[in-house]
Ligand binder design. Structure first.
Ligand SMILES: CC(C)(COP(=O)(O)OP(=O)(O)OC[C@H]1O[C@@H](n2cnc3c(N)ncnc32)[C@H](O)[C@@H]1OP(=O)(O)O)[C@@H](O)C(=O)NCCC(=O)NCCS
Length: 223
């Protein structure tokens, strides 16, 4: 197969992880990295060029490559959302990476610019939107909906029919009772056991999960 060429956004650990997985576990060939000009620290990353995002189209025009933007949950996933939408405005299309070691079924519904890592389980009738990250060993039960720009950390368990709202972050090892609605931009802390619906922009920790004083934006490094 002729490998399809991809540019990865970022030049730090999370983009290194995506580069490694694409290189060893996909038909795609990473040809460059791109970051905002202010964050270019080195001309290369993993021996590939690092191109300022502002001038990416001069080096790799839309239509010649697709992008993957594996940014984390900074600013309650707002940073990844902004760069994804900026790349869309430039005319780029995106790939998604689904690990060969993830457990999925025919008719898998996963949008663009998604990463689904090893050991994740996505059951039949679950739906994953665009620009979503599902980390290792997360369990997405049947009929769950994970909306655009969300981030589901490693080892999370979503019971059946859970709806994870846009831009929400579900922390490592959290458990969400079946049928819940997690509001947009909710931040669920590591290890939380969520037994009731959440409010937008809230941070929830503990078992049973309770709302903390700070906002999801503050909890995720934004201002
Ligand atoms: C919720 C969270 C953002 C709070 O971080 P923080 O604002 O720095 O909070 P602090 O560490 O100052 O803790 C404040 C209080 O909340 C408690 N707390 C913090 N996180 C908690 C959690 N996940 N569960 C239960 N209690 C928690 C602390 O014990 C502390 O309690 P105290 O005031 O009684 O001492 C953070 O702990 C968290 O869970 N982040 C998610 C990490 C994650 O899942 N990463 C995945 C990477 S892929």
């Amino acid at each position: 197969m002729n490998p399809e060429q991809v540019v990865v956004f970022g030049a730090e650990s999370f983009s290194s992880l995506a580069w490694y997985c694409l290189t060893h576990d996909s038909p795609f060939q990473v040809v460059a990295f791109t970051v905002d000009r202010a964050y270019v620290r080195s001309p290369t990353h993993h021996s590939l060029p690092v191109i300022p995002f502002e001038e990416l189209e001069n080096h790799f025009p839309p239509g010649t490559v697709r992008l993957l933007i594996p940014l984390g949950y900074h600013s309650i996933n707002g940073l990844r959302r902004q760069r994804y939408e900026a790349a869309q405005r430039k005319g780029y299309q995106f790939i998604s990476y689904i690990s060969s070691r993830a457990s999925t079924w025919p008719d898998l519904q996963v949008g663009q610019n998604c990463l689904v890592y090893e050991g994740a389980i996505i059951q039949p009738f679950a739906r994953v939107g665009n620009n979503v990250i599902i980390r290792s060993a997360a369990h997405i039960s049947h009929h769950c909906v994970v909306a655009d720009h969300a981030f589901v950390a490693a080892g999370v368990t979503l019971g059946g029919n859970v709806r994870v709202g846009e831009q929400s972050f579900i922390g490592v090892g959290a458990v969400l009772r079946d049928g819940l609605t997690i509001a947009e931009r909710s931040f669920i802390g590591a290890g939380a056991v969520v037994v009731a619906d959440t409010q937008p922009d809230g941070v929830y920790v503990g078992n049973p999960a309770r709302r903390m004083g700070k906002s999801a934006l503050e909890a995720s490094g934004g201002r």
